[in-house]
Every structure is written in C-alpha cells, then in structure tokens.
Ligand binder design. Sequence first.
Ligand SMILES: Cc1cc2nc3c(=O)[nH]c(=O)nc-3n(C[C@H](O)[C@H](O)[C@H](O)COP(=O)(O)O)c2cc1C
Length: 248
Amino acid sequence: MLFQLGTLGFSIKHINLTHSPPHSPSTHLPLSPSTHSPINNTMVHILHLDASPRGARSVSRTLAKEFITGWKEVCSTGTVTYRDLGHSHIPFVSEDWIAAVFSDPAQHTPEQAEAIRISDELVDEFLAADRYVFSIPMYNFGIPANFKAYVDQIVRVGRTFSVDDDGYKGLVKDKKMVIITARGGTYPEGTPFYDYDMQAPYLRLIFGFMGITDIEMIHADNLMGGDDAKATAITKAQSEVESVIARW
Ligand SMILES: Cc1cc2nc3c(=O)[nH]c(=O)nc-3n(C[C@H](O)[C@H](O)[C@H](O)COP(=O)(O)O)c2cc1C
C-alpha cells in the first residue's frame, strides 16, 4: 500500500513493533571478524543517534540497535557514543545563536555564548566520531523537526563547512555514515511517489555539504502497508543491516 498522499490522513494504526524480529540479533547477524571490512576497525568510534520519539515500537530505532549490536560483534574494541534525539530537546537557532556563529568568540555576550554552547557540544561530538549510525523516521515526506533542529546546530561555518571565493567546502572528511529510515509509505523510482521523498535526498545533500559522501541508506518502507508488507520490509532492512556491517 502506498502512503495516502492525497489526504495526508495516514491513520497511524498501532504497528506492532514490539514483535520479535524474525531472527534474534545473535543468529541473524552471524558475522565474524574475518568477514569484516579490511579497514582497521579497532579504534573506530561511532556516533549512534536515534530520532524517533517512539521507544520499543520504533522500527528505525530497533534497526539501528540491531546494527550497533551486530557491529559490536565484529568490532568489540570499537566505541559508541549514543544520542537520543527522540527523547531530548534540541533548541532551534535564535538571534543570539546566529550572531554568535558569525562573530569572534572573544566578543560574544553571555547570551550569545550560551546560545552556541549546545551547538559547540554537538559539533564536538559529531567531529569526534569516525562513523555515524543515524536512525530517522520519515515525517511529512521529510525529516522530523527534532532532527532538523540537530542539523541546524551542527552545520557550522568554520567547523563543519567553510566558505571562500571558491565556494563552500565540507570539512568533515574520511567518515562513513549509515542512515536507517522508517517510512509508512514507499517511494519507488519511476512512480509518481518518488518525488515525494524529501527525506533521503535532503539527508544526502546536507551531510554531503559537510563533506560526508560515503553514505549507506537502509529504508524500512511501506510499514503501513499491512502486516505482511511490514514484516517483509523489516526483514529486508535487517538483511541490509547485515550486508552493510559486513562491508563497513
Ligand atoms: C507525524 C508523522 C508523520 C508521518 N509522515 C509520513 C510521511 O510523510 N510519509 C510516510 O511514508 N510515513 C509517514 N509517517 C509514518 C512513519 O514514517 C512511520 O510510522 C515510521 O515507522 C516512523 O518511524 P519509527 O517507527 O522509527 O518511529 C509519519 C508518521 C508520523 C507520526
């Protein structure tokens, strides 16, 4: 079933996300270090971020958790920082924030310094990671407002991008990213619904703008298409989780 585009009246029936995945993580992610990427992963540091406000019922959150669990099985010495955007508040940019990011820190008023304090923390955390596992639901064909607030806090001139006479340059280099999305509908190429997907293109664009081009996307689509469609979508996404771990 395609998402109800005409009415935006997606009746969010209670999707049973507390069901057991078809396989337990230990059996459906049977990866060994020998199957893992040749890159030396021993010191890899992941920033794992969930954006869904739902808990155990969230498909994106559940898949990201499975990714991290599977990845830890093949990279036991790697480290993970976790940020739960779905259950915390990221402030919107303000006038003080804007004034602060475009001025000399030595000249900041106390209000301006406070306005970018959280942004500084988020940027530090973002830059400290080598890899990113972000889970993001589709809301209204795009990203949830909490994730947009996060993006607005980390897209910072002089920190994650620069600008000069040659134009914009991303400053976040040599990183890898996995984005796991969950969507009620499906947006296949070649259908009229393809253009409604403002989520995946935007995410590629904004992280590419900051310099991150190695981005793998795993979509759990059609989650409102009925129980069978949902189960099929989750199984497919779980299989993609396994493949990405194997080559990451
Ligand atoms: C406020 C809201 C808006 C949504 N908008 C869309 C949408 O535009 N397109 C779509 O395919 N699904 C939409 N959905 C369905 C969600 O993408 C779907 O329920 C997904 O599983 C949510 O992610 P989660 O399971 O990780 O919480 C929306 C859901 C909510 C709650």
